[in-house]
Design a protein around this ligand. Structure first.
Ligand code: UTP
Length: 294
């Protein structure tokens, strides 16, 4: 059975992005002119996902609003004859069926996924982290679902090589190559210190999971940082399901991190059809200035 539902957890505090994320959800901060979470929703839609389940929390209602109809704004744009903007705004609310569920307290990524249990039901599903952008064609999630459809079952994780001194920031796999870009995962560990990391292959924010993950999450005690960790649940489920890591093709940006967010803005800015040439000229000017002053 192929995967048609995707969960996008977006209920975290976003502490790495303070003070910007104090009153504005970090998932709504724009990469050039589009909120981060819209890139993620578009990836799901371009992959063929038919239902997106947003997990939001307190002070995060504006994320739901972003994907909803905005009657006053649409009326205003219509009356001013701003048809292009009207189409743009309407397109967002017509993108896909969006359902949202609240995580009352941000008790961890695993707990956020558990909040979507009733809506996901008894089907395999995808998880896309709301602050992890992958620029890829075909979309990263499409690449993973193609692999999943060939395998026919199991857990598929998006993986990527990271510098060894950054392994402590990720879930890290211990795996063996079993195909083109494909690894069979023997074990995985959340945010290990460098000396305990089994590899430098990090899990990034895309997962294909069976519904049995919910039973594991229900029983799981808090792990690293006192949070209910999705990585721990996957490791447990690995006792009864094969786990695969897929080294996707594409460029990944951690938009929940200040530097990752900045880099994503530059890269997507350069590709922007209207702004790209101006941003390029501006960056060349800045590079010249920096060269002269160094
Ligand atoms: P992160 O660890 O990047 O998000 O989780 P965070 O906890 O908001 O950020 P920092 O570390 O404090 O800066 C990845 C995704 O999972 C969601 C976040 O909103 C983010 O999109 N998340 C995390 C939840 O929905 N609930 C949680 O309890 C934790």
């Amino acid at each position: 059975m192929t995967i048609k539902k995707a969960v996008i957890p977006a209920a975290g505090f976003g502490t790495r992005f303070l003070p910007a994320s104090k009153a504005v959800p970090k998932e709504l901060l724009p990469i050039v002119d589009k909120p981060t979470i819209q890139y993620i929703a578009e990836e799901a839609i371009d992959t063929g996902i038919t239902q997106v389940i947003l997990v939001t929390g307190r002070e995060k209602g504006s994320i739901e609003d972003h994907f909803d109809i905005s009657f006053e704004l649409e009326h205003h744009l219509r009356s001013k004859g701003k048809d292009d903007l009207l189409k743009l705004v309407q397109g967002i609310s017509e993108m896909v069926q969006i359902v949202s569920v609240r995580q009352k307290m941000p008790l961890g990524l695993g707990h956020a996924i558990l909040c979507a249990k009733q809506i996901v039901g008894n089907h395999p599903f995808a998880v896309l982290l709301a602050d992890d952008i992958v620029d890829a064609d075909p979309p990263c999630l499409r690449q993973m679902i193609d692999v999943y459809n060939e395998l026919g079952k199991g857990i598929v994780l998006a993986i990527k090589e990271v510098p060894r001194d950054e392994v402590y920031q990720y879930g890290i796999i211990d795996g063996e190559a079993v195909g083109d870009r494909l690894f069979r995962v023997a074990s995985l560990v959340e945010k290990p210190p460098v000396e305990k990391a089994p590899s430098n292959l990090a899990v990034i924010g895309r997962y294909l999971l069976p519904p049995e993950i919910f039973e594991v999450l229900e029983e799981l005690p808090p792990g690293k940082g006192g949070e209910i960790q999705l990585t721990d649940a996957i490791a447990r489920l690995g006792e009864s399901f094969p786990i695969y890591g897929y080294k996707f093709e594409g460029e990944r940006y951690d938009a929940g991190d200040k530097m990752g967010f900045f880099v994503a803005n530059v890269r997507f800015g350069l590709k922007h059809p209207e702004l790209g040439p101006r941003i390029s000229d501006f960056l060349l000017e800045v590079a010249e200035e920096l060269k002269r002053s160094s």
